[in-house]
Design a protein around this ligand. Structure first.
Ligand code: NAP
Length: 274
């Protein structure tokens, strides 16, 4: 078991989270449980699930069974879109708690900015947080207009904003906006689901470092202080995605990768839901 050199961030409320984690979307039953067991053994200490993924029970099983102490593991889950609203959010949180069965959740996120429900859902998360039922609260898919709107009714600043983000979707203005407000940015679908692994530009950088395209993209996130939650249910690829703490990109490579933005998305654009 190794946690070698992995990087952490500290939220504005003092809670610490590893920058690199495992995303468990599209993993089911035994596959989800096994992936979390393998990831914890490799050294991952951040697990990102959601009620939408229908695997909270298996994620909880793997965490409870693990030899890694609970307090070393950071667990995020998310409020489902159909559960948004004040009372329904509180109820959905209880359901996630019951399924996970791990005493506490480190971070609870609004999964998607649903029109007409954003304020009530966030106020419910604030209630959970002020009653100390969750250690931190945040959002996902909140581009700048959603964060500005949230500012108008929120008492608590989200600790984290999880969005689709990669060199091919380099939303620099959002990254800087979040940095200024002490909101940790987290990249989902960081590997672009493999769709850019044959880009000759990334292959050239990978060859120079004797690393894979996946490792180069994940390292690019780390260099920007952006958290990333790649998904894999294959133990070798889990290990590969974790082996990014023994090298750095040069300033020139970072600058080059920063220029690859082509607004490339694999998930819907949240602005279509504004
Ligand atoms: N908040 C949101 O709205 C939202 C939306 C989407 C995703 N997410 C979160 O982000 C996580 C990651 O996103 P994602 O699952 O959509 O996509 P991703 O992490 O970009 O890509 C996952 C895909 O890449 C493969 N893969 C993983 N490591 C690899 C490697 N080293 N080399 C080659 N292929 C590799 C995986 O296959 P194998 O499993 O076979 O390795 C899988 O098919 C999700 O699991 C979820 O937790 C959040």
């Amino acid at each position: 078991m190794s946690t070698t050199n992995q990087l952490y961030t500290t939220f504005h409320n003092g809670i610490k989270m590893p920058l690199l984690g495992l995303g468990v979307y599209d993993m089911h039953n035994a596959e989800a449980e096994k992936a979390v067991e393998d990831a914890l053994e490799i050294g991952y200490r951040l697990i990102d699930t959601a009620s939408l993924y229908r695997n909270e029970k298996e994620i909880g099983n793997a965490i409870r069974k693990s030899a890694v102490p609970r307090e070393e593991i950071f667990v995020t889950t998310k409020l489902g879109n159909g559960d948004q609203g004040f009372e329904s959010t509180l109820k959905a949180f209880d359901t996630s708690m019951k399924l996970l069965d791990i005493d506490y959740i480190d971070c609870y996120l609004v999964h998607w900015p649903i029109r007409g429900k954003r304020k009530e859902s966030w106020l419910a998360l604030e209630k959970l947080y002020t009653e100390k039922r969750v250690r931190s609260i945040g959002v996902a898919n909140y581009l700048i207009p959603f964060l500005e709107e949230l500012d108008s009714y929120a008492t608590e600043v989200p600790v984290l904003n999880q969005v689709e983000f990669s060199p091919y979707l380099y939303i620099k203005d959002l990254m800087e906006y979040c940095q200024q407000r002490n909101i940790q940015l987290q990249s989902y679908t960081p590997l672009v689901r493999g769709k850019k692994f044959s880009d000759p530009r990334i292959l050239a950088i990978a060859a120079r470092h004797v690393k894979s395209p996946a490792q180069i993209i994940l390292r690019w996130n780390m260099e920007h202080g952006v958290s990333a939650i790649p998904k894999s249910s294959n133990k070798n690829r889990l290990q590969e995605n974790f082996d990014i703490f023994d090298f750095s990109l040069t300033a020139a490579e970072l600058k080059e990768m920063d220029s690859w933005n082509e607004n490339y998305r694999v998930v819907d654009n949240p602005m279509d839901y504004y």
